[in-house]
Design a protein. Structure first.
Length: 603
């Protein structure tokens, strides 16, 4: 750790000074070292306290960060008390950062300083927009989070009696959150800040799927199958009884209340427009979301044009693959062939999951040739849970526990096997697992000598940009020798390019849901069910989908810059180290880091 090294340097300097007057000329150097250590420590103390305070406000994030003291709390980001506390915390943090002389920090901590300053400024700017009036949607929801935690297969521990009681407390906190969510949605109705009707129609069955008449039928009862063995029979019976009682008397009434509100009040008040432009001040709000998610200042119109250019380029590459495999029809017919021929699909869900586990071994074998660093934590492949598979993305990733004991999870959506072609498997595995999300996020969490906010914070443009870059890296790794698998790589890249067009089209150009769906069907072989889920995702979380391609293009641009500037001195493993070993970074911070690295090698 850099601070420890500085402390040793300081101790030696002071020891030399103490030997007598002859060493007096070294005192200014000792003073400088002392000042740097002091500034380093002030910075580390500051960001450490800030991260602690953030976790106290967001106890579920604390659980995922390995902090168990908040496991009994759900947290409520919708209350006025929370909003004030978060504003005060960020305002004070910005003032405190102004008192830190970044020039006196180590190289790694200067990067961290830029990151946290950017984060705090963005959080304060976000307060301008009323996101609290849209507390849940069909894609991201605290309901999903609760279900995943309560299933016993996520970050929430169920090893002791206290663990079970902690989750009972978390259930009670969720019930309070539901009341706040309803209150905020009421305010949204009054202010005409509501979700599109089709998204509310998707949300209602997701809630209904959790409503049960018996606790034994609930996914929340799964942890009861493995009660702590250290407990006696009477203790186990008592624990089971109070846990089941909490499911039926706390959770079910809260979920029933939420389902009734969505059905009877919110659905009739939902809107007919599909994009953010249909909300008050919606276009300005969307520009902020686009900048927040891409960590750039790119105008929405520029992003839309970039998307059109990328779509045209990738279509040309796709057509070359069509010619390479000798398909006689046009590209549209090739899309139809790839999306319908039985040879391209598994017939069982388990075969699909097993296929990805087989790919894992092949990819893992070539990674050492491209990386000096790799995560200690492993990952597993699991199907998306039934309750959310209808609306979930085709795949997703959940990080491992910080200590690596619980592996990362590569979720594959097995709801529609026709939406999971064999030719798309290599690129999807590269993106979600290694060297994509699992690789980058697990390495980030395992970093040593880096403040916790860098280990557990994240920027979509960096993390999704890296995952899309990982797909590109698969070409150099020799993983796309099969032209159909290479077409899968192009298909996934096309999805990310289309997102630039469709997301901006929906939210800034007045596109309808149907127009967006048709555009994606016309330009890709994606299954219609996948396209519908994708478009509705963009409707729910505007701007997020822009981050993938923008982030990837920036990483590729920085790599090309380093290769050009360094020539024979360029080392790909070293470049990857620079990208991966400071945590998740805004694009401007990553660019400065790479520029400084290149300059240091040229000096």
């Amino acid at each position: 750790m850099r601070v420890a090294k500085l402390a040793v340097t300081l101790a030696l300097a002071l020891g030399t000074v103490a030997c007598g007057p002859a060493q007096a000329p070294k005192e200014p150097m000792a003073d400088a070292a002392q000042a740097q250590v002091s500034m380093e420590q002030r910075y580390l103390d500051l960001v450490g306290r800030y991260f602690d305070d953030l976790l106290a406000l967001d106890p579920i994030s604390a659980t995922f960060a390995g902090r168990s003291q908040y496991n009994h709390l759900f947290g409520n980001e919708l209350t006025e008390e929370y909003l004030k506390a978060r504003h005060d915390l960020n305002s004070k943090m910005l003032a405190d950062l102004d008192k830190i002389d970044a020039a006196q920090l180590s190289e790694q901590n200067r990067v961290g300083y830029e990151v946290i300053r950017y984060d705090v400024q963005t959080a304060l700017k976000a307060e301008t927009y009323p996101s609290r009036w849209l507390p849940l949607n069909q894609f991201y929801s605290k309901v999903f989070t609760l279900v995943q935690l309560g299933s016993g297969e996520s970050a929430q521990p169920f090893d002791t009696e206290q663990d079970f009681d902690n989750f009972i407390g978390r259930m009670q906190g969720f019930a309070q959150w539901v009341d706040s969510a309803i209150e905020r949605m009421d305010q949204g109705i009054e202010s005409k800040v509501v979700l599109p009707r089709v998204l509310v129609e998707r949300m209602i069955p997701q809630i209904q799927a959790q409503l049960v008449q018996s606790p034994d039928d609930s996914i929340f009862a799964q942890p009861l199958q493995n009660l702590p063995e250290a407990l006696g029979d009477d203790q186990r019976a008592a624990l089971k009884a109070r846990y089941q009682d909490a499911i039926m008397t706390v959770l079910m009434p809260a979920l029933t209340k939420l389902e009734g509100y969505l059905t009877q009040i919110y659905l009739p008040a939902s809107r007919g427009s599909h994009g953010w432009w249909g909300l008050p001040n919606g276009k300005e709000w969307y520009q902020f979301l686009a900048n927040e998610n891409t960590t750039t200042q790119m105008p929405v119109a520029q992003i839309h044009e970039l998307g059109l250019q990328e779509v045209a380029r990738i279509l040309e590459e796709m057509d070359r693959v069509r010619q390479q495999v000798g398909f006689e029809g046009d590209l549209s017919a090739f899309f139809e062939h790839l999306g319908s021929d039985p040879e391209f699909f598994f017939t069982t869900k388990q075969d699909l999951v097993d296929g990805y586990m087989g790919l894992k071994s092949r990819i893992d074998a070539v990674l050492p040739g491209y990386f000096d660093v790799s995560p200690k934590a492993d990952y597993v492949v699991k199907p998306v849970e039934p309750f959310r598979e209808r609306s979930a993305a085709g795949a997703s990733y959940e990080a491992p526990s910080p200590d690596g004991v619980r592996p990362g999870v590569f979720y594959i959506n097995t709801f529609n096997l026709k939406a999971q072609p064999k030719w798309g498997m290599t690129t999807l595995s590269l993106h979600e697992a290694a060297p994509g999300h699992h690789f980058q996020i697990a390495i980030k969490q395992e970093l040593e000598g880096v403040p916790e906010f860098q280990r557990f914070g994240g920027y979509t443009a960096f993390e999704e940009g890296w995952a899309l870059y990982a797909e590109y890296l698969g070409i150099e790794m020799g993983l796309f020798s099969d032209p159909y698998q290479y077409f899968g790589k192009l298909s996934d890249e096309m999805l990310r390019a289309m997102r630039l067009v469709v997301d901006t089209g929906l939210h800034a150009k007045g596109w309808s849901r149907e127009q967006a769906i048709q555009y994606m069907l016309d330009n890709s072989p994606l299954a219609k069910t996948d396209v519908i889920a994708e478009v509705e995702r963009y409707m729910a979380i505007p701007g997020q989908a822009l981050s993938y391609k923008v982030g990837q293009l920036k990483i590729l641009e920085l790599r090309a810059y380093a290769e050009k500037e360094l020539g024979d001195r360029f080392d790909l493993k070293a470049f990857h180290n620079q990208v991966l070993t400071s945590g998740s970074l805004p694009m401007a911070v990553l660019e400065r880091k790479i520029q400084l690295w290149v300059a240091s090698l040229r000096a």
